[in-house]
Write a protein that binds this ligand. Sequence first.
Ligand code: DLL
Length: 438
Amino acid sequence: MDGKYWNRKIETMPRQDIKNYQLQKLKEQVNYCYEKSNFYRKKFDAINLKPKDIQTIEDLQKIPFTVKSDLKDNYPLGMVTASPSEIVEVHASSGTTGNPIIGAYTQNDIEIWQELMARSIYTTGGRPQDVIHIAYGYGLFTGGFGFHYGAQKIGAKIVPASSGMTQRQIKLMKDLEVTMLACTPSFAVYLSEAMTQEGVDPKKDLKLKRGMFGAEPWSSKIRERIEQEMGIETFDIYGLTELCGPGVSIECEEHTGLHVWEDHFIVETIDPDTGEVLAEGKEGELVFTALTKTGIPMLRYRTRDISKIDINPCRCGRTHARMTHITGRTDDMLIIRGVNVFPSQIEYAVMDFSELSAQYLIVVDRPGALDTFTVKVEMTEKAAQNSQLDRKTLKSDIQKRIHIITGISADVEIVQYGELPRTEGKAKRVLDLRKGKM
Ligand code: DLL
């Protein structure tokens, strides 16, 4: 700990030093994979690639991508490269179909994850005197444990609330004078609503100052709402089970993107269709190489997350590249009547209306030859009580807004406040009833 940095030397390293360090670690990791992993050796041998062919960072591009299905096909532990007795913990992601994605950690991996989470929480201003309420699920999901390990290393006081029992969470936040909240943005919205219902004013009744939200995309407008309603500063945090969990990148106090911890990860952006590596600053799919992970090493892992990278110096003094907030996933994209639509676009449109709550659900179906596209939205409690409100005009204004943003027309259904499901983990925003019909 040194002023605002958890590790000043690493966080403010000149970029050339970062590159040199990455190259050294990359060569070590490639050797490790080639010697110890059947999976990677086979991939290398198939194209006659040898570890000695990796002599520069650019040579990374010679290595084939690793994809989600590699992990699913090798479920549960087929990609473990360390010896089985070295695995000390497993986590898994909440995939909806098929085998879950397993993360298997050696002691080395856990220690690195803890260090990266401590660094991340510290970057958002977390200090030993903070009381950190962790409302990410504890269990197979990496959210709860990731924050727990990091906060523990900082020496903060932890409230391991996990998910569920919203009313009790609010009581604990108040009674234990919680200063920082960690949960999904959708749960933060839910908590804020529940606080209003409980008659708790977060600005007056709580000591809450900051929130660390991630694990799902969230628009700038949802963010504004959370900040205004709770009176807090918010930070976006990113990560995935395949790489460690949360702690791959984090926003600093400048809020100009998320610093990718490049002493542990090399990040590339690619064209999701062709796999071509894109120039820095161009939007594409993020691909990560984990430089220090030993349980299940990841070389050029395709995340399906869409973002862009900026390597310019940040005003905070950190030199690690920044990624923009994730706008969506390549597999999130809906094709409705031939038009590409991202749920984040709908969120953006809906959040323009102060009469609406932050909940929405996109329902797509194909009862006949054509797709139907319905967006269900909810009035806020306050708007529902306003007898002057012209619902017809509101509905048509929402329809127009969605049309401007997506280019296609949607049916808008305004439902009663509280009718759309609230989630404690990642929100489910799309119901695609066409699946199985196509
Ligand atoms: O969601 C890890 C995590 C936990 C990150 C808590 C942040 C906070 P998985 O369950 O494996 O891991 O899901 C990973 O979630 O590929 C993204 O699509 C999405 N995701 C994670 N963080 C963000 C974020 C955790 N800040 C997948 N913004 C990733 C947008 C995010 N999407």
